[in-house]
Design a protein around this ligand. Sequence first.
Ligand code: GRF
Length: 216
Amino acid sequence: MKKRVAVLISGRGSNMAALIAAAKDPRYPAEIVLVLSNRPSAAGLAIARAAGIATAVVDHTTHGNDREAFERAMQAQLDQHRIEFVCLAGFMRLLTPWFVRQWPGRMINIHPALLPAFKGLDTHARALADGAKTHGATVHFVEEDMDCGPTILQGAVAVRDDDTAATLAERVLAVEHKIYPEALALVAAGRVTIVDGRCRIEGVDVGDGHVIVPPP
Ligand code: GRF
């Protein structure tokens, strides 16, 4: 049985689109059954609808400062659609411990940096400002602290001398679109276990580090 997955977005939804595309493969172990946005204007909602996927909006602004009320409304949607795994994909709200505890080992996130480097926002500009030679993206389980939790997959790109935050973001995004569907497939297939805070991936020869470096 394919696992029932919800993708939570706030905007563009290109990672969501990559997950939807991957899940079209009959052999893919998950199906995207719901796309949920906290912003009614999120561009990704139209992409999801065009793909025939149910969408929902839980607008955080209608819940004032009550983060848990907002999250309870999201949880109600997830329950209604019998969701088994949650993928955060550019979802720009911090989650409370209450919500995170609803999804132990069943909620993953993509972050545009090689965690634990560059948690938070503006990762590409900060990587350049720091003189990083390697940058990339991380798919990880969600824990209560922001951008924390066991890493499932990372993908790296070399930083070029003439990179700007925009050119770097573009190459990292291409990596995101590869590693997120791959990571969800591993998790949904039950091939990822967390041992001592680290992910072990069954049946994968991690070789020299499970890093994907796309050609220039
Ligand atoms: C991505 O860079 C993702 O890593 C970050 O937010 C961005 C969302 O982009 N968390 P998109 O909405 O998936 O296009």
